[in-house]
Design a protein around this ligand. Sequence first.
Ligand SMILES: Nc1ncnc2c1ncn2[C@@H]1O[C@H](COP(=O)(O)OP(=O)(O)OP(=O)(O)O)[C@@H](O)[C@H]1O
Length: 233
Amino acid sequence: MIRFDDVSYRYPGGKDVLSNVGFSIRQGEMVYVTGPSGAGKTTLLRLIAALCRASRGQIVVMGQNLSALKPRRIPLYRQHIGLVFQNFNLLYDRSVFDNVALPLVVRGYAYADIGRRTRAALDAVGLLGREKSLPLTLSGGEQQRVGIARAIVTKPALILADEPTGNLDPEMALEVMRGFQRFNEAGVTVMIATHAIDLIEALPHRIIHLEHGEVTDKMPVAASRLGASHGAR
Ligand SMILES: Nc1ncnc2c1ncn2[C@@H]1O[C@H](COP(=O)(O)OP(=O)(O)OP(=O)(O)O)[C@@H](O)[C@H]1O
């Protein structure tokens, strides 16, 4: 589904923020990208979403070599990807329904299809009853679930989520992570950049851990376990 071969990336005028990164992800996998602030997690997801282009190396996603992807083909490529952001990126003067329906409207779906698909996406995140609400009348966890419904409404093969629980309390964060798990169980490949090591320890996971822009075997340790080992001493 995703293959990185010796990929490096530098922002214009800067130094490498990703260096010689290599990994592959099979269709249907659920992968967390971890690492300290500035390690390159967001950059990695941006490369997969074709929001930027590798400076060196090769990235192949869903059979598409991204270095060879023509700019005019990028919107079509992105139709297969659902993007979820930390700050929800909702339109606050539009209803929950309108927010979720937006990708379908942009893509010119028929009116009846828009209603059916939007309600199915809202149902999948447990928000069917809130379609007429404005986002600000929802809790943080519910707003993030609106963002997730919008990301899945086009039935993407791949979901990329950048720190999706960063603005949520632990209970809501777990609920959101479990939602991603359910989509993964339905066959969607999911990749989530997160600091929330404690949270993902409780969930089935594969981790790609970054340090200073490099993939490393050195795994993060949950704060809860650090506490336990201090207690044992
Ligand atoms: N637009 C930009 N121009 C120049 N440098 C950038 C830009 N965006 C990010 N960087 C740098 O690239 C490095 C990796 O940033 P990135 O946002 O990918 O890290 P991250 O692991 O997602 O961090 P965080 O957990 O804080 O979100 C950082 O050193 C950052 O300062």
